[in-house]
Design a protein. Structure first.
Length: 164
């Protein structure tokens, strides 16, 4: 990479998946272009272009000034690094989790697994309750469906009236 990645950069909890990271990269490139065009026009009435809440949170949490090209480059390189290197965990739920719940999950993964961990949330209504967690090489089925299927012999025996 052309610019060195500054130590200590963090991802805010709001930025939890690769979709958000890629969106931020596109937004940074758009901001770069807007500021470059304003500089070329030497616009007298300079007004900072609007940025998303996510980009603002990323800049504030990392003490970066989006008006400085060097800070934008540092953030861009950091986001590219995150896309290439961060571990991703896929979690499927039966229903869409709330944003507060998602933030707690992301916070836990970043505190206990990797500070750059990305979490991809999916829906799988057939799991009934619980979740299915997938990493690159492991699957943890913590669903009610899986629990019932493991206990099916016990259920059948109890329905027949057999002593268990």
């Amino acid at each position: 990479m052309a610019h060195e990645i500054r130590e200590g950069l963090v991802l805010p909890t709001l930025i939890f998946g690769s979709v958000e990271v890629r969106r931020l990269l596109r937004e940074l490139e758009t901001l770069d272009e807007q500021l470059r065009q304003m500089a070329l026009r030497r616009d007298e009435k300079f007004e900072m272009p609007r940025v998303s809440r996510l980009l603002d949170a990323l800049a504030v949490e990392n003490n970066c000034d989006l008006l400085r090209g060097s800070d934008r480059n540092v953030l861009r390189d950091f986001l590219k690094y995150v896309i290439e290197q961060a571990p991703t965990v896929h979690i499927s739920f039966a229903a869409d989790p709330s944003s507060a719940f998602t933030a707690k999950i992301v916070g836990w993964f970043r505190a206990n697994i990797n500070p750059l961990a990305l979490v991809q949330i999916g829906l799988q209504p057939s799991i009934a309750a619980g979740c299915v967690v997938r990493t690159q090489n492991k699957v943890f089925d913590l669903s009610l469906r899986n629990h019932f299927s493991r206990q099916s012999e016990l259920l059948i025996a109890s329905l027949r009236g057999d002593k268990v």
